[in-house]
Design a protein. Sequence first.
Length: 140
Amino acid sequence: MALLPEQINGLPIDTTIEYVDYPSLNWYADPLTHRLTRMCDGKEAMNQSIEIILAVERFKYSIFTANFGMEYDRLIGSEYGWAASELQRRLEDAFKPDNRIIGVSDFRFARPSPDGMLCEFTVNTVYGGIDERMEVSGIR
């Protein structure tokens, strides 16, 4: 009689599990007509996914899971230095769940107005780098 199980759910213990990445095939949402017009894949689908992640407020809409979207809460009204470092951390955190995104780099911050902050950055994906920018207003 063995002390340890030899099978789990009918599979032998030494079974190899193979992880498969599926294509990033997506519906393309045309920004001009606001219609789903065709299918897109690769860098174009990745670019659209990044835009949607940045547009969705995390934890606000129950249709999205808790690990989807960007957390903007408490950035408005905060000090510039704190907001810059927190925005960088939150951007990295927003993109972590997507396995097509390798990381975020090349953060550049500017102050276009007395109460604004402009952040430019590069999202490194399996399809190459995608340059993005976002502006937050209401920064002290």
